[in-house]
Design a binder for this molecule. Structure first.
Ligand code: HSE
Length: 309
């Protein structure tokens, strides 16, 4: 096999109560990547379309993740990476994770899969580290494993794939302003009170239980973030209003997608999702900020192989 073409999906991290540990994978939104084997050793990023991002492998998350894999598993071949970016950098739906995960997935596939997708998470996370200044695996995990994932630990890496209740649908509104993850992390407090921690781990445990038991009411009650959202909400235009109208339109919960500015909601069924999407649209239209809305089932598969030669 000489080359593989992939669809590398967007993802939603944190899911309100799971800062840096929870995430889920989206379906229709994502990038295309082509990875080619070459006789020249090392990693080269040969082409990026759709966005202005560095081709320098040390400056690009895909390059950094790919080099981490080759360092652990030296190969007689090199690899060329081509990316058609459709997920905007700084949008809050895992743009860097899609590229990092895609690079290691593609190279691993062309090498005959020496690693499992679980094992690839660690390499992909090295790309995330470049993008945000700190290592977190809550976006790369659902991209590599599909569905919902829980990162129990990053050292050693221990990620659990969670079940997806069949009627869950995600609604994403992306106000087209750029918010850097590094900035959205820098404004956070380094300590939390015991009271907030108790509430957060209560909600996180309950959300996981709700996913296992298809309990939509419990999922709804658990989609609460007492720790991060109060600080980041001010970075997102009309966040409180978006949340209010989403809940009124029938969302199970609504919060910041990753580090923002995208806002996500989860609903039971597509009809509710359409209503929530419309309510969100009306808020943004009044503001006059350019935006897009995505309605997506939860992608249980993760990265897809489109073709290979
Ligand atoms: N958990 C990370 C954060 C996700 O919220 O900073 C960033 O994509």
């Amino acid at each position: 096999m000489k080359s593989v073409k992939l669809f590398t999906p967007a993802s939603v991290a944190n899911v309100s109560c799971g800062f840096d540990v929870l995430g889920f994978c989206l379906d229709p939104v994502g990038d295309d990547m082509t990875i080619r084997k070459s006789d020249e050793k090392g990693i080269r990023i040969t082409k990026i379309t759709g966005q202005d991002l560095p081709l320098d492998v040390h400056q690009n998350v895909a390059g950094v993740a790919a080099m981490a894999l080759l360092e652990a598993n030296p190969s007689e071949y090199g690899f060329e990476i081509e990316i058609n970016k459709r997920i905007k950098a700084g949008s809050g739906i895992g743009s860097s994770a899609a590229s990092s995960a895609g690079a290691v997935f593609g190279i691993n596939h062309l090498l005959g899969s020496p690693y499992t997708n679980h094992e690839l998470i660690d390499f992909a996370m090295q790309g995330e580290k470049l993008a945000s200044g700190s290592a977190h695996a809550d976006n790369v995990s659902p991209v590599l494993l599909g569905g919902f994932t829980l990162v129990r630990s990053i050292a050693p890496m221990d990620v659990i794939k969670l079940p997806t209740p069949k009627e869950l649908v995600a609604v994403i509104i992306h106000p087209k302003i750029e918010l850097k993850t590094s900035h959205a992390r820098a404004i956070l407090k380094k300590t939390v009170t015991l009271k907030s921690a108790i509430q957060q781990w209560g909600n996180l445990g309950a959300l996981v239980s709700g996913l296992y038991s298809d309990n939509y009411d419990l999922i709804s009650r658990s989609l609460v973030d007492e720790i991060i959202e109060p600080y980041r909400a001010m970075l997102i235009p009309e966040f409180a209003k978006l949340k209010e109208v989403s809940m009124n339109a029938g969302a199970l919960g609504c919060g910041i997608s990753g580090s923002g500015p995208s806002v996500y909601a989860l609903t039971k069924g597509f009809e509710n999702a359409e209503n929530v999407g419309q309510a969100m649209r009306e808020v943004m239209q009044k503001l006059g900020i350019d935006f897009e809305v995505h309605i997506s089932k939860i992608n249980e598969e993760g990265i897809k192989i489109l073709s290979e030669e």
